[in-house]
Design a protein around this ligand. Structure first.
Ligand code: NAP
Length: 486
């Protein structure tokens, strides 16, 4: 780690988990190692938390809930804003930690710190707007009201591709609502969560309100799902794991929000501003080296503008700088691990074997690290793996279409329903197609639609629940109806 001169948040010689305001090692006395995907070097070792730490964390959160939930919304909002300010104060260090552990290009990592902090701002404000209701009664002697109360102890299970933002998108509304909880970060990105916990401590947030337990995934998640204290779980990750969690939530009917995988169509109509569309495709496809749930997976270009659009996109892709993620000039960092590279290689070779043409890139780079060239494929067809599964890598597959009706049908022909993009300058078409696409988030002439003040979430097998916006706090609240007879 060279980017930041001095690390003040974490001691890499002695990383610990955060339970009940204490920095603890694992009862199992075992550790797991974290490898830098840019260099293949070991970054540090982390205590392998398990059932014991998860149980302690849940009990600590339960204890803390008694007082945290009784604070006024204004008091909780003050804590969130203090935490937000601390994130800004430590932006460089948080970005460097993230970049080193999971390979996000440093400038993008810095952007993620800001994005993650924006959820704390938004939900500090939303805390003050948790309004109830009064309902006109049908008889004169009754008064009917609905109040909103925090659900209790929650758990957040987060992925490695947005280590901070996926955590604050859950913790922001949870803490604002009056909930306390446990975070289980991904094994490839525990340091970001633990560095964040240092800020939780600095902000003076009471012990037990936020706990971070990394380690033995199964053991921790079993405790989360089996412990009756936990009332709600918010999961962001793959559709495959999400489905297993639905089963695990059934015995206690735990509330579950699932933010899962996607397979976004990116549609370029013949009337689109092609320069803007290519810029949007570049941002959507190549952000985080193509490792995002909302990235453009299938680029549909109208046959009449295929050549022009492809040339513009290929030129832009050629200029992307690949390198060690910690380097400030890097635009495309490594993939998260060797399995990630293998999956991309499989998708590209499958596509080529079935007739795709490599217009740029098309191979892994170097011996060390987990790099893959930013790649554009032409002549892509529906039967290829890349058109059906998440690639999670920097590969843009281009196919063509002839009519609006045809492309809507193709775009919707997927088990996923997270994000979709369309570029057009025809206002009627823009409305018509946006309304016809079965996806939770639509980027209309916009390659980067995600923002704290808007609801984000999927349809179909991309999950259920919404995070962000005023909708994002709903799941952390119970609505209680009180009927008063005078
Ligand atoms: P993942 O393998 O499903 O893991 C996500 C989290 O779940 C990690 O903390 C992981 O822990 C944990 N986990 C894995 N197996 C588990 C199990 N059997 N029981 C309980 N927890 C388990 O996904 P990922 O590879 O980290 O993330 C990439 C996926 O997330 C992609 O599919 C992407 O599209 C999706 N994603 C969706 C959104 C959204 O908002 N919809 C946002 C970002 C990412 P370990 O790391 O310890 O295995």
């Amino acid at each position: 780690m060279e980017k930041v001169k001095e690390f003040t948040l974490l001691d890499f010689e002695d990383v610990r988990l955060f339970v009940n305001g204490e920095w603890v090692t694992a009862a199992s006395n075992s550790y797991f190692t974290l490898t830098n995907p840019s260099t293949g070097e070991v970054v540090t070792k982390i205590p392998r938390g398990g059932k014991v730490e998860a149980k302690d964390a849940i009990e600590a959160a339960s204890q803390a809930f008694q007082s945290w939930s009784k604070l006024s919304a204004y008091e909780r909002a003050e804590y969130l804003l203090k935490l937000r300010d601390l994130m800004f104060e430590h932006e460089e260090e948080l970005a460097a930690i993230m970049s080193t552990e999971m390979g996000k290009a440093f400038t993008e990592a810095r952007g993620e710190v800001k994005y993650a902090a924006s959820f704390l701002t938004w939900y500090a404000e939303e805390a003050r707007r948790i309004y109830g209701e009064t309902i006109p009664a049908s008889v004169p002697n009754k008064r009917l009201t609905v109040i909103k109360q925090p659900v209790g102890v929650i758990a957040a299970i987060t992925p490695w591709n947005f280590p901070l933002a996926m955590m604050t998108r859950k913790l922001g509304p949870a803490l604002a609502a009056g909930c306390t909880g446990v975070v289980k970060p991904a094994s490839q990105s525990p340091l970001s969560a633990l560095a964040f916990a240092k800020l939780v401590e600095k902000a003076g947030i009471p012990n037990g309100v936020v706990n971070i337990v990394a380690g033995a995934t199964r053991e921790i998640s079993d405790e989360i799902f089996e412990n009756p204290i936990v009332k709600k779980i918010s999961f962001t990750g793959s559709t495959e794991v999400g489905k297993t969690l639905v089963e695990k939530s059934a015995p206690q009917l735990k509330k579950l929000a699932l933010e899962l995988g996607g397979h976004a169509p990116f549609i370029v109509f013949e009337d689109a501003d092609l320069e803007k569309a290519a810029e949007g495709a570049l941002a959507s496809k190549f952000r985080n080296a193509g490792q995002t749930c909302v990235c453009a997976n299938r680029i549909y270009v109208h046959e009449n503008v295929r050549e022009e659009f492809t040339n513009i996109l290929v030129d832009k892709v050629k200029s992307l700088k690949v390198g060690n993620s910690i380097d400030e000039t890097t635009q495309i960092g490594p993939l998260v691990n060797k399995e990630g590279v293998k999956k991309v290689e499989e998708h590209v070779s499958d596509a080529v074997a079935k007739g795709a043409v490599v217009l740029h890139g098309g191979k892994a780079l170097g011996e060390e690290g987990c790099f893959y060239e930013p790649t554009v494929l032409g002549n892509v067809t529906k039967d290829m793996l890349i058109m059906n599964e998440e690639t999670f890598g920097p590969v843009a597959p281009i196919t063509t279409f002839h009519s609006e009706e045809e492309v809507i049908k193709e775009a919707n022909d997927t088990i996923y329903g997270l994000a979709a993009y369309l570029y057009t300058s025809n206002i009627s078409r823009a409305v018509r197609v946006s309304e016809s696409l079965n996806f939770g988030v639509i980027g209309l002439n916009d390659g980067l639609p995600g923002t704290a003040q808007a609801p984000f979430g999927g349809m179909n097998q991309s999950g259920y629940g919404r995070e962000g916006g005023h909708q994002g706090i709903r799941d952390y609240l119970e609505e209680k109806f009180i009927s008063l007879s005078l």
